[in-house]
Design a protein around this ligand. Structure first.
Ligand code: PRP
Ligand code: URA
Length: 209
C-alpha cells in the first residue's frame, strides 16, 4: 500500500493558487514551479540516510551527521517535470539528474516515450520522479516502470497537482512507491485535463502553445 502525502503547508497552497491563475505569465510561472518543488522537496527528502563524521569546530572536535549512501537521482518527466529540477537541486546540489521523455497522444491520451537517460548505476539510489501534473497517471506509471526495468527500486513520485483518477491508477500500478502531491483536484475533463488544474503545465513553463 502506498504512502501518499498530500502536502498541507500554507506556502505550497498559496503558490499553487498563483500557478492556477491564467494571468500568471511564463516567467512567474517558472519561478513558482521551482519554489513549490523546493518546498515539496523539503518533505520528500525527510528520510534521506545520514552518517556521522568527525568535524573540528573552532571550539572542539565532534561527531556530526552528513548525507550517506549513493547520491539521489532526480528524474523529471519531459518536458514539464524539468520545471521542478532546479528547485530540488537547490536542496541537493550533488544529486544526479536523469531524463525520461514522454508526451501524451492528443487523441488516446496514452504516453509515448521518446527519450530515456538515467544515472548509472540506478540501483540503491534514492530516486525522485518529478512532473507537475498527475492526470490519468499514464505518464508517471510508464516512467516508473522504465526506471524499475533499469534496476531502480527506492522511488518517490512528486506532482504539484493530481487528479483522483491518476492518483488511484498510479497507486495501483506501483503500490511500493511514495507519492507526494501539492494539491488533489476534483476530476479529469473529457480531454483528460485536470479540473480546475492549471492548464498545460509544459506550455505554461516553456511559453509554447
Ligand atoms: C503532461 C504532464 C504530464 C502528463 C500528465 O505532459 O506534464 O507528463 O501530461 O498526464 P497523464 O497523467 O494523463 O499521463 P505532456 O504530455 O503534455 O507533455 P509536455 O510535458 O511535453 O508538455
Ligand atoms: N497535462 C497537463 O499539463 N495538464 C493537465 O491538466 C493534464 C495533463
Amino acid at each position: 500500500m502506498n504512502n501518499v502525502h498530500i502536502l498541507d503547508h500554507p506556502l505550497i497552497k498559496h503558490k499553487i493558487s498563483l500557478l492556477r491563475d491564467k494571468n500568471t505569465g511564463t516567467n512567474e510561472f517558472r519561478k513558482l514551479t521551482d519554489e513549490v518543488a523546493m518546498l515539496m522537496g523539503y518533505e520528500a527528502f525527510r528520510d534521506l540516510p545520514l552518517e556521522d563524521i568527525r568535524i573540528e569546530t573552532p571550539i572542539e572536535p565532534c561527531m556530526s551527521p552528513i548525507l550517506a549512501g549513493r547520491k539521489p537521482a532526480i528524474i523529471p518527466i519531459l518536458r514539464a517535470g524539468l520545471g521542478m529540477v532546479s528547485g530540488l537541486l537547490a536542496l541537493l546540489p550533488a544529486a544526479k539528474v536523469g531524463h525520461i521523455g514522454l508526451y501524451r497522444d492528443e487523441l488516446t491520451h496514452l504516453p509515448q516515450q521518446y527519450y530515456c537517460k538515467l544515472p548509472q548505476p540506478i540501483a540503491d539510489r534514492p530516486i525522485i520522479v518529478t512532473d507537475p501534473m498527475l492526470a490519468t497517471g499514464g505518464s508517471a506509471i510508464d516512467a516508473i516502470s522504465k526506471i524499475k526495468n533499469e534496476g531502480g527500486s527506492n522511488i518517490k513520485f512528486m506532482a504539484i497537482i493530481a487528479a483522483p483518477e491518476g492518483l488511484k491508477a498510479l497507486s495501483e500500478a506501483h503500490p511500493d512507491i511514495e507519492i507526494y502531491i501539492g494539491q488533489l483536484d476534483r476530476e479529469l475533463n473529457d480531454d483528460a485535463y485536470i479540473c480546475p488544474g492549471l492548464g498545460d503545465a509544459g506550455d505554461r513553463i516553456f511559453g509554447t502553445k
